[in-house]
Design a protein around this ligand. Structure first.
Ligand SMILES: Cc1cc2nc3c(=O)[nH]c(=O)nc-3n(C[C@H](O)[C@H](O)[C@H](O)COP(=O)(O)OP(=O)(O)OC[C@H]3O[C@@H](n4cnc5c(N)ncnc54)[C@H](O)[C@@H]3O)c2cc1C
Length: 338
């Protein structure tokens, strides 16, 4: 097997985040010996975790110049670590920080890269990666002869490595940055200005609201304010993540009655996101293919729709409740409040 290197960025407290621990678990699936490299302001706790996971060597680039994400310093550090390790297979978590530099690092090393990898195995003594194409409609398994081969794994695709930290003896890798490499400064972090944080990637349940919530209901009336309350009560009580269909968030631009808690950031689907959660519940949503393609990584799917012939009934959901979402969610919220 080729020489495997896991590269990770340390969190602000010096430890490893969940995505990095997932990438570590992914690399361990390749079997055999592996090395690790860690970059950050403080890296001791992260290095101990990597040692605890069995890294034969832990290379480190540490210091205030490497505290914040920045192309020039992150790429230089990753390149130096990969060269020091003589890495042939480089595995890292596809976080925004790594994704910014991953292709550049592969190019500097004269290697090749695959991103959005969701599975990793060994066949004929060589890694085989799984990834999806065409907005998660087609799955491919492939391998490459080129080395180094950089593999970015999608967060949420592997169970995070769990175990006791070891005691690393860090092999410091020297990276000297010129002034030009330090020009970019992160001056702050902005989060979306929607009043409430409703997108929770780590939640057990994804709750998806469809356009039906804002349509005339069987009594001939609109119940938009009631819909918003039912949805937010559920999302708060169940600590669920809130997704939406495109039709519902598009209504904002079309001047129709809208749910103010939703923006295009919540949109799930072909032109939206493909979140990862163990369970999902679609409500007042028709289950059309461009929407459902975003449910690829939702393990158990349920839907509530008045229409027994909706898209969810065409093999797209594990369970379809043919029912009124207003009535069902009112009852569910009452049970959750008990
Ligand atoms: C190129 C392209 C890209 C697209 N990308 C996306 C995408 O990323 N994401 C996306 O979502 N869509 C996408 N679409 C649009 C998609 O095809 C659908 O139009 C959209 O998902 C429909 O949204 P909906 O199901 O919320 O609304 P509707 O189709 O209007 O369905 C509303 C549903 O609510 C039900 N309903 C109403 N009242 C109740 C009630 N009280 N209880 C239970 N059920 C009720 C109705 O029976 C109906 O099935 C895309 C389309 C194209 C062409």
């Amino acid at each position: 097997m080729s020489k495997v290197l896991v590269i990770a960025f340390a969190e602000q407290d010096g430890s490893l985040g969940k995505a990095a621990l997932e990438a570590l678990a992914a690399a361990k699936q390749l079997g055999g010996e592996f090395c690790a490299g860690v970059i950050g302001e403080k890296i001791d706790a992260a290095a101990d975790m990597l040692a605890g996971a069995g890294a034969a060597k832990v290379f480190g680039v540490a210091g205030s110049d490497f505290a914040q994400p920045r192309y020039a310093s992150d790429a230089a550090a990753a390149e130096a670590i990969a060269k020091a390790a003589g890495a042939e297979i480089i595995v890292a978590a596809g976080t925004s920080r790594w994704s910014r530099v991953a292709a550049g690092v592969a190019h500097r090393l004269g290697g090749q890269i695959d991103t959005h990898v969701t599975g990793l195995a060994v066949e004929n003594d060589a890694p085989v990666v799984t990834r999806w194409y065409y907005r998660q409609r087609m799955m491919a398994q492939m391998t490459r002869a080129a080395r180094p081969w950089v593999i970015s794994v999608d967060p949420g695709s592997f169970a995070a490595w769990q175990g006791a930290p070891g005691s690393a003896s860090i092999e410091a890798v020297d990276v000297t940055l010129g002034d030009a490499a330090k020009r970019t400064q992160v001056t702050g972090v902005r989060t979306p200005s929607s009043g409430q944080q409703t997108i929770r990637p780590e939640a057990d349940v994804l709750f998806v609201a469809g356009a039906g919530w804002t349509k005339k209901q069987p009594d001939g009336q609109f119940h938009v304010a009631e819909a918003e309350k039912l949805i937010l009560d559920f999302v708060d009580n169940a600590k669920a993540s809130l997704g939406s269909s495109k039709s519902l968030v598009d209504q904002k631009g079309e001047g129709q009655a809208v749910l103010t808690c939703l923006s295009h950031l919540n949109q799930v689907g072909q032109t939206g996101s493909t979140p990862r959660h163990p369970k999902g519940l679609a409500t007042c949503c028709h289950g059309e293919e461009p929407h459902v393609v975003g449910w690829r990584f939702i393990t158990e799917r349920r839907a509530i729709n008045l229409d027994a012939n909706c898209g969810w009934a065409q093999g797209k959901a594990d369970v379809l409740y043919v029912a009124d979402s207003f009535a069902v969610m009112e009852k569910v919220n009452a049970l959750l409040a008990e």
